[in-house]
Design a protein around this ligand. Structure first.
Ligand code: ASP
Length: 337
């Protein structure tokens, strides 16, 4: 997209936004006087699900079982996320996830639905399904986000399944890493191998969009670190007026541009999902002088069921599931490693 069409699309957004003005004192609020009938969702959309990376294929399978029976996109993304969280061979999500610098596996997750309800959990240790804790917080508390000891207490009070982490293989890898660190005293290394969050977006047969995101975060991170994944607007954002987006990669850089929210707002201004992901990646690149190991990728869906993705470096892919197809799509990228 050239600058001219970008400005044009931006101007359309501004024109639409300027129709909405704040109420003056004493002026009746039409919305409160005549509350519009609740939008009814009719089963006439073709369900679709996209999830980051190759582990997204299995996650989509789990989500598809929900969508194929006419279930909601919220149930679908939760089912997909739970599938990956339970996969012991996965080193970046759930039970098999990599630990922080001190050997603790701390998990982050968030979830958001078509009514902008959202829930999030961060720095949660020893609980099998952070995504379900995030959903429980969303549906049963006045809050959006619980972290650390409070989140764990909440999960235990509500009898969420517990797990013992790190699993033995991960513990061994951590011990090896620790030995190396002591030898060379370097900062945690960030590269495309230790970044693989799963982010999921689904549209159900009633057109309702939901998203979810779950990760163990940056391997060997500093204790207490949260990335983008539990942050609504950074790791995930859904607005039923427009669509949804999720992010994966170096959370610190995604937070800097409120990545997923940025993608959704770009779509609001007329960008296709892929154009929006690309523009967000470009923005992220502009904010960083040092691009070493800075891999980030976005995927997005709009209300027409169009999807797209884009990443900083090559190697990012996402799994796509529809009634007709099940495939891994290589996302376009800005540069090669
Ligand atoms: N975005 C995640 C984080 O920074 C990591 C990842 O995508 O692998 O915690």
């Amino acid at each position: 997209m050239d600058r001219r069409s970008f400005v044009k699309k931006g101007a359309l957004g501004i024109a639409a936004a300027s129709l909405v003005r704040p109420l003056m004192a004493g002026e009746a609020n039409a919305e409160t006087q005549h509350k519009p009938a609740e939008k009814t969702f009719v089963a006439r959309f073709k369900p679709i699900m996209i999830s980051t990376w190759s582990h997204g294929l299995e996650a989509n399978k789990a989500g598809w079982e929900v969508l194929a029976k006419g279930g909601t996109s919220l149930d679908a993304v939760e089912a997909g996320a739970r599938q990956t969280e339970a996969d012991v061979s996965n080193r970046s999500v759930g039970i098999g996830g990599m630990p922080d610098k001190e050997g603790h596996v701390t998990l982050d997750a968030c979830i958001m639905d078509w009514e902008s309800n959202c829930g999030s959990v961060g720095y949660l240790e020893g609980i099998a399904h952070p995504i379900s804790v995030a959903r429980h917080i969303m549906e049963n508390t006045p809050h959006v986000m619980l972290v650390g000891a409070g989140a764990k207490k909440y999960a235990m009070q509500h009898k969420f399944e517990r797990i013992k982490t790190p699993i033995p293989e991960v513990k061994m890898a951590w011990k090896e890493w620790k030995k190396e660190q002591e030898a060379i005293a370097k900062k945690p290394v960030i590269n495309h191998e230790n970044h693989d969050t799963i982010g999921l977006l689904a549209m159900d047969s009633s057109g309702r969009i939901s998203g979810a995101c779950t990760t163990s975060g940056w391997a060997y991170k500093l204790p207490g670190r949260l990335g983008d994944s539990p942050i609504i607007g950074a790791g995930l954002f859904v607005d039923q007026e427009v669509g949804g987006a999720v992010a994966t990669g170096l959370g610190e850089s995604i937070i800097k541009i409120a990545g997923s929210h940025t993608v959704v707002e770009l779509m609001r201004n007329g960008f296709t999902p892929e154009e929006a992901c690309k523009e967000a990646v470009n923005r992220l690149i502009r904010k960083h002088k040092d691009m070493t190991g800075l891999q980030c990728g976005f995927i997005a869906i709009n209300t027409e069921g169009k999807v797209g993705g884009y990443s900083v470096f090559n190697g990012f892919n996402y799994a796509l599931r529809t009634e007709q197809e099940e495939q891994l799509v290589d996302a376009p990228f800005d540069r090669s490693w």
